[in-house]
Design a protein around this ligand. Sequence first.
Ligand code: NAI
Length: 328
Amino acid sequence: TQAPVNVTVTGAAGQIGYALLFRIASGQLLGQDTPVKLRLLEIPQAVKAAEGTALELEDGAFPLLQGIDIFDDATKAFDGVNVGLLVGARPRTKGMERGDLLEANGGIFKPQGEAINAGAADDVKILVVGNPANTNALIAQAHAPDVPKERFTAMTRLDHNRAQAQLAKKLGVNVADVKKLTIWGNHSATQYPDIFHAEVGGKNAAEAVGDQKWLEDEFIPRVAKRGAEIIEARGASSAASAANAAIDHVYDWVNGTAEGDWVSMGIPSDGSYGVPEGIISSFPVTTKNGSYEIVQGLEIDEFSRGKIDASVRELTEERDAVKQLGLI
Ligand code: NAI
């Protein structure tokens, strides 16, 4: 068997952390051949709760789990990291302006970027889950100049999975029959879930639906505002589904996407599809041998163009705001 992979999880005592850690320990993040060592990062006040979770992880008797260390210091937590799941973030509280939110998160993701730069393994892969995920990933990336830029990604896989489930429900098919969906742009309400290139049972999904009104008035807003729907119903934000999406994102990045399908990942733009180079925006990607490639050559009609541009505009505004604050 292989040497254990160091997986650092920030915000380990939070609700996503609780749903995520047991699945990592059971081998679902990397595969059933890969032993893992967990490195948990929390703020000092939450270290005790993280220790409690570690006791439960021990009680899971997971054969692939070869160690758990808990830290309140980012430099230590990211030492030797192969896979970093950056979940802990500063949530928006009542009356908080966007600038304040970005600044508070800068205080988290700047030192974490520096810690990754200082200690990460050569093959490090980073997934930012904590919101605003795309811009937090940009901040961390800016402070890790020695790490290849493409190793910093943001999670739009939950949006992708949500879109896949809603489309399957509409067409009365199994989710596995829905392929080539794309989330474009920001992990926010401006995101654009695109079904025009998606396939259902080998047929074009938009044609199979044949209902532009449903697409515009129901599907797109439902997917984009699903987070709020969950909060309304559950009294707490999406946690197990977010953890599930984080597992999917990393598993596919490491193990490759299936032939004839792709996934959505927030990744640094190379300028494809008119998305300004450098911003971390969601694209359709295929993965192989631990790296990813943007799916090229998709035709973007006027409707899709407008939606992509609007979300990308929001991302460039966030980038400009963090630049102004001196965070990147
Ligand atoms: P939570 O509030 O339950 O947990 C967050 C944890 O992060 C807390 O235990 C807190 O102590 C910790 N934390 C705060 N600052 C930290 C730091 N500097 N270092 C290490 N840990 C720190 O929140 P939950 O529900 O687990 O969500 C976490 C984040 O994920 C939120 O920002 C949420 O908005 C985001 N999210 C993103 C989704 C996506 O699709 N990209 C989906 C769902 C949630």
